[in-house]
Design a protein around this ligand. Structure first.
Ligand code: GAL
Length: 688
């Protein structure tokens, strides 16, 4: 029987981050200073070894662990937990020189030279063997070390390799998937432009010098890259599981990084972590950005329906954005606590100490080149550390969502790769975020899932632009709605299957019965062509007036669905634009055009009322303020976060509640300062 996977059980929220003492081997006083400063900053975790291979194995087969022994011991003595990384994210020069096959081949079939990082071939047997060997050595040496709490395999897996090893593995993967070339040719519709394959070895990965618009090939290549990266990760993990079955394992994701379908990694990992780098104060409104970040936190939490870790964030700025402004006072605390509010059990940074040289010497760090604690950033970080100590009981608590947004990687790949109905502005992710934003404004907690997950735990399921409908999904949606669920679908849904072949019979393909309509055509309109839709009088949601629609408008024909809104302009004025189909005990809504945010806000407010969706707070949230609740049994922590630069007033009700950050009792009208956060405990025995 398979061993149960270990879980990360923290009795405090982690505060720490990437720590690279190997850069300071020649200056032992820096190591001493680090420990003094970590105490001052309320740091209780350090992520060690992320890019340390050359220091750990200076020559092939000769390991140098003494420095790491000292680091682990010192951290343990100081009560600092260690997240120990495996070093595969970057390799020593000797390794690349001796085994050039570990270097990637780019899509134009050029082998890279030694350098940079995150660029190994995931198939190379030599690289897999050398990674396993050093991981085994690390596990043997530190598996029982008291500081070791979590393995961090590699760093931000990503990219792809087009070498011969990968090509052969891809062909073998395709053979397993399709069995015969005939089936593959059919699935990829290769008679088009005479692309029929007559032998497996004719198949090559997509390339700017070759095949690049065979959508089935592109999709399968992306699936293969995910599987190959996962297999590489599983190889990395094998010695860790064997020698340290008690130590949980993570790797750091990058939000919705397009290159890997992260859902495929969730089962292998014991805890999800991700690296969060929003561009505060520089990219439109901070409020909109905050809701986009909330979407990513919600996704990270949903992979395993358990607390996650914010493995990296910057204590101040990054060095790689076009412009990276300093966080305005309050923003560091607010964005750090936003992670916790959405289910993170940590606030971790890249990086603890700024390096003297190298490409990231100007990237923000807790300890700047100044080398002391008398900086604004250090004070901000120390303050967050103190707050996290006050929030200690929050560690391990859950978020219960009544709504899920469906954001599916394969669907995104297909939409992004499509040639039509418009070249730009297809905007799958921004559309998912816009729907999520409307719920975020209401304080309705929302998971972000893919189309393979269990829908039955939610009262409302929102699946914008469900272009790809994989086998069985339409039936599962029908069952969900029949049993009382409500689903929201939009334009450009039910168009193609898992290999991007269009459904014969037209859109919405297998969703036709559920939606009770068929789609005749889709109009991609320019930014100057804005249309509107007009709500039908006495519609069941009690919505009134007209709303702007833009970019994509479908002409639809309801069969069993009721019309809720009609287009107001153009040659299809008066035609249906929004419908609902009552199905069993539930309902399926269809929005046939892309609406403005105002409509989504009103629509989800109406649905929240109708479906009694629980909100984090019993009062309306002012513009820019968001709210979540974390729960453990009867204990509850409500986070109220003001992402606007203006103070905002909320009405808490008469009964005073304990605010944890300031340790005050608050009731009635309360002001949340600009970039302020309140954390209200549900009840306390010490209530006066
Ligand atoms: C992350 C990476 C870190 C560091 C950081 C800088 O993507 O994992 O090693 O480079 O970016 O923002």
């Amino acid at each position: 029987m398979k061993n149960p996977q270990p879980t990360l059980t923290l009795d405090r929220l982690w505060h720490g981050g990437d720590y690279n003492p190997e850069q300071w081997l020649d200056t032992p006083e820096v190591w001493d200073e680090d420990l003094r400063l970590m105490k001052l900053a309320h740091v209780n975790e350090a992520t060690v070894g992320v890019f340390s291979w050359a220091t750990l194995e200076p020559e092939e087969g000769r390991f140098a662990f003494e420095w790491l022994d000292a680091v682990m011991d010192r951290l343990a003595r100081n009560g600092i937990d260690v997240v120990l990384a495996t070093p595969s994210g970057a390799r020593p020069a000797w390794l690349a020189q001796r085994y050039p096959e570990v270097l990637r081949v780019s899509p134009d079939r050029q082998r890279e030279l030694f350098g940079e990082r995150h660029n190994h071939c995931p198939t190379s047997p030599v690289y897999r063997r050398l990674c396993q060997r050093i991981n085994r050595a690390l596990a043997e040496r530190y598996g029982r070390h008291p500081a070791l709490k979590l393995w961090h395999v590699s760093n931000e897996y990503g990219g792809e390799c087009h070498c011969d090893f990968c090509q052969n593995a891809f062909r073998a993967w395709l053979q397993r998937r399709y069995g015969t070339l005939e089936r593959l040719n059919q699935a990829w519709w290769t008679r088009f432009w005479s692309h029929t394959y007559t032998s497996w070895d004719q198949i090559e990965s997509p390339s700017p010098r070759g095949m690049r618009s065979l959508h089935g090939l592109n999709l399968d290549w992306k699936r293969f890259v995910t599987e190959q990266t996962l297999a590489f990760m599983q190889d990395e993990i094998a010695p860790l599981r064997e020698l340290t079955p008690q130590v949980p394992i993570t790797t750091n994701f990058m939000g919705t990084y397009p290159g890997l379908n992260y859902w495929r990694f969730a089962d292998t990992l014991d805890v999800i972590s991700w690296d969060n780098y929003p561009r505060w104060h520089a990219q439109g409104s901070d409020v909109d950005l905050a809701s986009s970040v909330a979407f990513l936190h919600d996704l990270a939490r949903s992979f395993k329906h358990q607390p996650f870790l914010m493995m990296e964030s910057t204590p101040s700025t990054t060095n790689w954005m076009t412009v990276s402004k300093l966080k305005r006072p309050g923003m560091h605390r607010l964005s750090s606590l936003q992670a916790v509010a959405h289910g993170s059990d940590s606030v971790q940074y890249f990086q603890w100490r700024k390096s003297r040289g190298g490409p990231e010497k100007f990237h923000g760090a807790v300890v700047d080149h100044a080398g002391h604690e008398r900086t604004r950033v250090f004070a901000d970080v120390a303050e967050v550390g103190e707050v996290l100590e006050k929030l200690r009981p929050v560690a391990g608590s859950q978020i219960l969502s009544s709504v899920a947004i469906l954001y599916d990687w394969e669907n995104r790949w297909a939409i992004d790769d499509a040639m039509g109905p418009r070249r730009d502005g297809r905007d799958y992710q921004p559309t998912c975020e816009a729907h999520h934003r409307a719920l975020w404004r209401l304080g309705v907690m929302t998971d972000v899932i893919n189309m393979d997950q269990d829908f039955s735990r939610y009262r409302l399921l929102v699946a914008p632009m469900l272009y790809m409908v994989r086998e069985g999904v339409a039936e599962r949606l029908e069952a969900y709605v029949r049993d009382g669920g409500t689903v929201v679908l939009t334009y450009w849904s039910g168009v193609a299957d898992a290999t991007d072949l269009c459904f014969i019979g037209g859109a919405p393909g297998p969703l036709k019965r559920l939606l009770g309509l068929w789609v005749e055509e889709i109009d991609a309109i320019t930014e100057d062509d804005a249309n509107v839709w007009v709500m039908e009088p006495d519609n069941s949601l009690n919505l009134h007036g007209t709303y702007g629609v833009r970019q994509l408008c479908e002409r639809i024909h309801p069969e069993t669905a009721d019309v809720l809104a009609r287009y107001g302009a153009d040659f299809y004025a008066g035609e249906p634009a929004m419908t609902v189909n009552r199905w069993g005990a539930g309902a399926a809504y269809y929005l046939a055009a892309r609406t403005d945010q105002r409509f989504l806000n009103n629509f989800y407010a109406a649905l929240a009322r109708e479906l009694h969706l629980p909100s984090a707070v019993p009062f309306p949230l002012p513009e820019g303020v968001s709210a979540t609740v974390r729960v453990r049994g009867a204990q509850q922590w409500t986070f109220l976060m003001n992402f606007s630069a203006e103070p905002r007033e909320v009405h808490l009700g008469d009964a005073a509640r304990h605010e944890v950050v300031s340790d005050r009792w608050l009731g009635g009208a309360v002001t949340v300062p600009p970039y302020g956060v309140l954390v209200l405990e549900a009840e306390s025995p010490s209530h006066p």
